[in-house]
Design a protein around this ligand. Structure first.
Ligand SMILES: Cc1ncc(COP(=O)(O)O)c(C=O)c1O
Length: 371
């Protein structure tokens, strides 16, 4: 099968670009002397997770218990759920999972620790936890050292829990960044803060094995601080327009595109694609210091100067600048999503392509696993 025989909209992965991206990040981690535990929320595919482990990753990261179940079922046996897991049903599933694989989970509250310990006492099993530290993102996680110490002490007292380490997601690093220097400064300060917290816990007698950071835009910088032990980037497998906006990717580094068909050319300056918000995900691209003349809902490889200006559910409306060539009705275009992770979650399978040839079709087995 050739890629232009694929019915659209569909997700294409350029096999060579995927392998380059996997290899590059593995080497970044090895250069820093830290373990790579990639976040699989970007691809939601055990096929790619297995490739990551074969290339040297120490395990995988997921956001949800449902994603962990899919990965464990596929044989991935070292999984960090980098999230707070709250709720009786989820905790029962978590305890069942922890019998079959090496699982760890985050905590950031006394209530969360109590619920987790109670569920695991009931299930008569145990689990490792990492304390989530907020290094600037302002999502979950604690900033105050005394509160973090109190949680570590509570974990130490809990019958079924073992403190494995501390964790942060320095996802705030690229937001509105105006230079590479600023990315570096924010990322290194997040890394330093997490190591400081780990050392403070050790000073109080706790064993802290894992000092875990993670974010693709910050990946070249955060783990520079001695004491960081693990990094968890996710987006790097595919890259996207957001990565282009901070100068960390070119279109050639973007391994994934949404293949779409031109279905209408109602005016010389307008074309319509069969891919809308249900295929591309309607998120504006990040505004940052590189690639600043871009505004649109995806970068079209065959027409970089044209812009997808409007997304309806099943229509992408393209504005074509005067004098610009654009594919005709029935022809296909490859669109790099602004934010690749939620776009992937909208689809059922990946078409892996080598040049023009489709070489494999991989199910996106953990898509929609939001519980
Ligand atoms: C907890 C956590 N770790 C790691 C990552 C990976 O970040 P990125 O997608 O920038 O690679 C994310 C992304 O959302 C995350 O939430």
């Amino acid at each position: 099968m050739k890629k232009y025989d694929i019915d659209t909209p569909a997700l294409l992965i350029d096999s060579a670009a995927l392998h380059r991206n996997l290899d590059r990040m593995q080497r970044v981690a090895e250069g820093f002397g830290v373990r790579l535990r990639p976040h699989t929320k970007t691809h939601k595919s055990p096929h790619i997770a297995r490739l990551q482990v074969e290339m040297g990753a120490s395990g995988v990261t997921v956001a949800k218990v449902g994603e962990a179940e899919v990965m464990a079922e596929a044989g991935l046996d070292d999984i960090l759920i980098a999230n707070q897991v709250i709720g009786a049903t989820k905790l029962r599933r978590l305890a069942a999972l922890a019998r079959h694989a090496r699982i760890a989970v985050l905590v950031d509250s006394s209530e969360g620790i109590e619920l987790l310990d109670a569920a695991f006492r009931e299930a008569e099993t145990g689990i490792d936890v990492l304390i989530e530290v907020d290094t600037g993102k302002g999502r979950c996680g604690l900033t105050d050292l005394e509160q973090i110490v109190a949680l570590a002490e509570q974990v130490a007292r809990a019958e079924t829990l073992r403190l494995r380490g501390v964790e942060t997601h320095e996802g705030h690093v690229p937001g509105g960044a105006h230079s590479e220097g600023q990315l570096e400064e924010r990322a290194t300060s997040a890394g330093r803060r997490l190591v400081e917290v780990a050392d403070a816990l050790r000073d109080r007698g706790h064993v802290v094995e894992d000092v875990s950071v993670g974010s693709t835009p910050a990946a070249p910088y955060t783990a520079v601080t001695p004491g960081v032990t693990e990094m968890r980037p996710g987006t790097y497998v595919f890259n996207d327009v957001n990565q282009m906006s901070i100068g960390q990717a070119t279109p050639e580094d973007c391994a994934l595109s949404v293949l779409a068909t031109v279905i209408s050319r109602p005016a010389p300056d307008r074309a319509v694609l069969d891919a809308g918000s249900k295929s591309l995900f309607a998120e504006p691209a990040r505004r940052a210091f590189a690639y600043t003349d871009y505004d649109g809902f995806g970068y079209m490889r065959q027409a970089p100067a044209a812009r997808i200006v409007t997304l309806n559910e099943e229509h992408g409306v393209v504005r074509i600048p005067p004098g610009t060539e654009f594919p005709a009705i029935g022809q296909q275009v490859e669109v790099i999503p602004n934010h690749v992770c939620p776009a992937v979650n909208l689809h059922e399978e990946f078409y892996l392509v080598d040049g023009e040839d489709v070489v494999e079709v991989w199910p996106i087995a953990a898509r929609g696993k939001v519980r």
